[in-house]
Design a binder for this molecule. Structure first.
Ligand code: BGC
Length: 761
């Protein structure tokens, strides 16, 4: 550190300004005379995409392991496994000479139509934050940095470089910032990448509230903020907002603007210095890690296979799976031979090797005879002949395995999906094959939720295999033949209809703006609140065994908010084979002063059980498990009272409920003001004491004003007390001013002063 300080003190203004923008597409600026090295930053979230050319965006990158993408990783719900993936990625990055890996991406899956959902974890901020923290710890354990992205509210590809996300403060905090907060506080990423879009009118790259006040000051982030590639518009404003490193570079005009702004006094040099210090700390930390050498290609491929199998979600199974040694297997669908295992865009990996599902099936199928036909074309064209051929092939087999991959022209970085359907040809293919062969299994490769109403009744089983990484072909074979008992569970709801999705009428906005009108109600929070049925709920996934939950209990029936509580439940494997269960804990606030979702995920754990085995699972719940963000207090609060703690196998499969009583220890400030309603005066502890002596009189006067007796309706047919509660006290008093000893404003100001004094005691 003292070296950094001494180097810093010798940097010229020109060198400092230059350090704050990249030297090339993927490298930072070196200052050779002072021994400041350049480091490489490269994608990405499920594999190392290192270009052989530092100035190229799209050249085929060096070979690296392509792990399953984030949707699949998240469906494992397995912190330890994701940490292992991070360790492997870190090792590969190190071997390839990379200092910072650009991932994980943890934006909320606000709407299943977002083309980039395959790169994101979940529709739930608790799950995404926990998993991202494990990923970060894994990568960084190898001496390689991460870049937590895209900060923030980057939930669509439409107009992605400029869209202005209009989101209220509570929603921002509870839904769109929480995962980042968890990942920053627990994982401590070396870098955070700011998003392209605007939030409430300001580009993220210039957003002082997000980058400086919340990320750096409130959460204590000590690393550097890097721009998404090309997200900077005004380098001086972005430095002032808290953006330390602009990528890519070089950008000589912008660097010059920084120098001139310092010279003219319009940019405080201390702001530039702070960015330079942050950059130097990360550059030297990354440079400390020895680079080069080989990585364990076979070991990482095996890990990719294990993770893929654990992230696959068995959506439907009438008993056909695991396959019972069929003699003739029809393998239908081009993705059986041309596996679709990753998405398009900046995360696209050049894999070290690729498992072909057809070949992997053949390896595990023993003497069974496999036949193949492609089923659908690679283009949007409709080809009935391919469907007719598939029907014949399916009829001649005992079982048909239908491999269906959502094409890249529908789902990718850079554009959103128009709907949640497969292509018309794929839908027709599934329907035709299932009609001809009842023993059909659909294996899906896609990055986010689909609607399946047109065909779901056809197949005997459906396996969601996601964008499964380079070893996914083997993983599919493992699951279909029962070498792996599926345990993945959905990290996103699969709706029945597109029109049911929470942001349906607000996505993707247009003309530069998108309104987050559904507020805190995204994903299951919305479907629960609306009591809407869904196709497959959040947290859902089938197994080849079954699990029973019993003996739910808490470490204490009542507890202080700051202490939290531990939830215990016994889980038993009641089926025939070993299996892994993902136990989920949701919290329901029985009474809150603001609307809250019916339940929210606040804890989860995985447990591996042999047949007949029971284990006790312990899941801690902390202050934040019970809290919500109060926009009035501008802080997280947990209110006194009863909470239901719901323990389940999915959001729609709650197995046990226990009740707990929380005591709030927060000393909240009095936030009453001239606009506060009578209801708010009575609800506020200090306000109530101050207002109480006047309350009965005002109530009686209000009733008289309406020509009503106490509790009765007045001449205009309404309950005066109910009416009064929703009025600002000041407005109410203004109606009654003729009978008051002083002006209404003076009375309210007096009461406010009294209430603030009481609150401060
Ligand atoms: C993407 C980032 C990525 C960067 C560098 C951008 O277009 O949004 O996720 O890390 O490019 O490839």
């Amino acid at each position: 550190m003292s070296d950094i300080q001494s180097i810093f003190s010798q940097l010229t203004l020109e060198e400092k300004a230059a350090l704050c923008t990249g030297a090339s597409m993927w490298t930072t600026v070196a200052v050779e005379r002072l021994g400041v090295p350049a480091i490489v930053l490269t994608d990405g979230p499920h594999g190392v995409r290192l270009s052989p050319d530092v100035n190229s965006i799209g050249k085929t990158s060096l070979p690296a392991t392509c792990f399953p993408t984030a949707s699949c990783l998240a469906a494992t719900w397995d912190r330890a496994l994701i940490r292992q993936v991070g360790e492997a990625l870190g090792a590969e990055a190190r071997a390839l000479g990379v200092g910072v890996l650009l991932g994980p991406g943890i934006n909320m899956k606000r709407d299943p139509r977002c083309g980039r959902n395959f790169e994101y974890y979940a529709e739930d901020p608790f799950l995404a934050g926990e998993l991202a923290a494990s990923f970060i710890q894994g990568v960084q354990s190898q001496g390689v940095g991460t870049s937590l992205k895209h900060f923030a509210v980057n939930n669509q590809e439409t107009e992605r470089f400029r869209i202005d996300a209009l989101v209220d403060e509570r929603t921002l905090r509870e839904i769109y910032l929480t995962a980042f907060e968890t990942a920053v506080k627990i994982g401590q990423p070396w870098t955070v990448m700011c998003a392209y879009n605007k939030v409430n009118g300001t580009y993220c790259s210039e957003h002082r509230q997000l980058l400086t006040e919340i990320l750096k000051q409130e959460w204590g982030f000590e690393g550097l903020v890097v721009s998404d590639w090309g997200a900077v518009h005004d380098r001086v404003k972005s430095l002032q907002g808290g953006l330390d490193l602009e990528m890519p570079g070089p950008q000589p005009r912008r660097t010059q603007a920084v120098i001139e702004a310092v010279k003219s006094g319009s940019l405080d040099e201390a702001v530039l210095d702070e960015a330079v210090r942050r950059i130097l700390r990360i550059v030297f930390r990354a440079a400390e890690t020895p680079k080069g050498g080989a990585f364990d290609i076979a070991g990482h491929h095996a890990l990719a296979r294990r993770v893929a199998a654990e992230g696959m979600v068995l959506l439907k199974n009438n008993g056909i799976l695991p396959l019972q040694q069929p003699r003739r297997i029809a393998v239908i669908g081009r993705s059986a031979k041309e596996p679709y295992f990753q998405g398009g865009g900046s995360s696209h990996i050049n894999p070290t090797q690729v498992d072909i599902p057809f070949d992997e099936l053949q390896k595990l199928a023993g003497d069974a005879k496999l036949s193949y036909c492609e089923g659908y074309p690679a283009t949007p064209a409709f080809d009935q002949a391919l469907i007719d051929e598939a029907v014949v092939v399916a009829q001649m087999a005992d079982v048909a395995l239908l491999f269906i991959a959502l094409p890249a022209f529908i789902e990718s970085e850079g554009y959103d999906r128009a709907d949640l359907n497969l292509t018309p040809q794929q839908t027709a293919l599934i329907r035709a094959v299932c009609a001809a062969q009842p023993n059909s299994v659909v294996i899906l490769n896609n990055g986010s939720a689909l609607t399946m109403g047109e065909w779901l009744d056809g197949p005997a089983a459906v396996l969601e295999a996601w964008m499964m990484g380079q070893a996914g072909g083997g993983a599919i074979a493992d699951v279909l033949f029962g070498r792996v008992n599926p345990s993945g569970k959905l990290a996103e709801t699969f709706p029945l209809r597109l029109a049911d999705v929470p942001a349906y009428i607000n996505f993707p906005g247009g003309a530069g703006q998108v309104r987050y009108g559904e507020g805190i109600f995204i994903g299951y929070r919305y479907y629960d609140a609306k009591e809407l049925p869904v196709a497959f709920p959040f947290g859902y996934g089938l197994s080849y065994t079954s699990f029973a939950y019993s003996n739910p209990r808490l470490s204490a029936a009542s507890f202080n908010d700051v202490d939290g509580v531990i939830v215990f439940v016994d889980v038993t494997n009641t089926g025939p084979v070993a299996g892994k269960e993902i136990v989920q804990v949701y919290v329901h606030d029985r009474k809150a002063s603001l609307p809250r979702p019916p339940k929210e995920l606040k804890g989860f754990a995985t447990v591996v059980l042999q047949p007949g085995e029971t284990q006790t699972v312990a899941i801690p719940l902390d202050f934040r498990a019970f809290a919500f963000y109060h926009p009035g207090y501008r802080q997280w609060i947990a209110e006194d009272g009863e909470f239901d703690i719901l323990i389940g196998a999915s959001a729609a499969d709650i197995r046990c409920t226990v009740r707990a009583t929380l005591r709030s220890t927060l000393k909240l400030p009095c936030i009453l003001n001239r606009e506060s309603t009578v209801r708010e005066w009575l609800a506020d502890p200090a306000g109530r004491v101050a207002f109480d002596p006047m309350y009965q009189m005002i109530k009686a006067q209000t009733a008289a004003m309406f020509g009503a007796g106490e509790g009765g309706e007045g001449g205009i047919g309404m309950d005066p007390t109910g009416f009064m509660m929703e009025m600002p006290l000041l407005s109410l008093l203004q109606f009654q001013e003729s009978s008051l000893p002083m002006p209404a404003e003076a009375i309210v100001d007096m009461l406010l002063q009294r209430a603030h004094e009481i609150a401060a005691q």
